[in-house]
Design a protein around this ligand. Structure first.
Ligand SMILES: Nc1nc2c(ncn2[C@@H]2O[C@H](COP(=O)(O)OP(=O)(O)O)[C@@H](O)[C@H]2O)c(=O)[nH]1
Ligand SMILES: [Mg+2]
Ligand SMILES: [Zn+2]
Length: 292
């Protein structure tokens, strides 16, 4: 018996990286019955049945699983925004931070296209660092920060998320020092009618894997997060919470009774982040029972 990671699944076959070779495996029938189908990222036990071929026997327990894109066991996520073209969407970043934390994914924020910076991006980097996150700048044009990404990829499965055009594919190509990913205007390619549906695939790098899909940009708030839990996803609130007048304060009140609101007023907590918190709180408050 061998153990490996599913790096690709096509037409009923799963390609399992055992560390020594990629084995083409057929899943044994009973997975379907158990309501669990193999997914890229799964750690699996296989039996070798022939030259480069095997059967997939057991799926190990997952640390997380995403449906769209279908991938399991993501260890890390790098949220990519760009300094300009397009400008950073902070509500998107803050939402992705919540999704990553909810799935126990180690998360970092990357501001790409640093070569286009007019001096304002450092403020954003600092804002996220103050909130307790790792944030940094990169440029694929000037080779800035690429090594930082390379180092962080070691020994784990990393996904990139971010809007189209921020430079995710360019960053991957820079990291891998080869043109594995297509870059440029994706919508142009769509217009020309090229086949763009792609399978999720893990790219092996530095004892870890990179998820090659941009699909993590469309994720919704996890169903299980309630409005009352939302505040737990904002690490910068933690130091103040015990000073709110009411236990379980949702920080939607005013500065007289809420230490978080007070800290925002004093500039100790970013107002931008706090405003996103409030708008997410409203979204979650309006969720109907059937949407939960
Ligand atoms: N100025 C500048 N342009 C970049 C940088 N990285 C990528 N780009 C450009 O941004 C556009 C979108 O890049 P791409 O990697 O396809 O973005 P993706 O949609 O996120 O995968 C391309 O025209 C790239 O050449 C960068 O660091 N600086
Ligand atoms: Mg791309
Ligand atoms: Zn409060």
């Amino acid at each position: 018996m061998n153990t490996g990671t599913i790096v690709k699944g096509i037409g009923g076959f799963y390609y399992v990286d055992t560390g020594e070779e990629i084995v083409e495996c057929k899943a044994r029938g009973h997975f379907r019955n158990k309501n669990m189908s193999p997914c890229v990222g799964d750690k699996v036990d296989i039996t070798i049945t022939g030259e480069g071929k095997g059967s997939l026997d057991t799926i190990h327990q997952r640390s997380n699983v995403f449906i769209r894109p279908p991938v399991a066991n993501i260890d890390a996520m790098i949220i990519v925004a760009s300094v300009q073209n397009p400008a950073p969407d902070l509500a998107f970043i803050d939402k992705m931070l919540i999704i990553a934390q909810n799935s126990n994914v180690d998360v970092k924020i990357c501001f790409n296209k640093f070569d286009l910076d007019n001096g304002s991006v450092n403020e954003l980097v600092q804002m996220y660092r103050n909130a307790g996150y790792t944030a940094f700048t990169t440029s694929t044009v000037e080779d800035i920060g690429i090594d930082l990404i390379r180092k962080s990829l070691s020994g784990r499965i990393t996904a990139f998320s971010g809007f189209s055009g921020v430079g995710k594919s360019s960053l991957l190509n820079a990291v891998l020092k080869q043109q594995v990913m297509q870059t440029g205007d994706v919508s142009e390619r769509l217009k020309r009618g090229k086949h763009t549906t792609r399978h999720v695939e893990l790219i092996s790098y530095n004892n870890g894997y990179i998820v090659d899909t941009p699909g993590f940009s469309m994720l919704d708030f996890p169903k299980e997060i309630t409005k009352d839990e939302l505040k737990d996803y904002f690490p910068e609130f933690l130091n103040y919470e015990s000073q709110c007048r009411f236990r379980g304060c949702n920080h939607m009140g005013n500065t007289k009774v809420c230490a978080v609101c007070d800290a925002v007023q004093k500039g100790e907590i970013s107002e931008t982040r706090f405003n996103n918190y409030k708008s997410f709180y409203d979204i979650l408050s309006q969720r109907k029972e059937w949407q939960k």
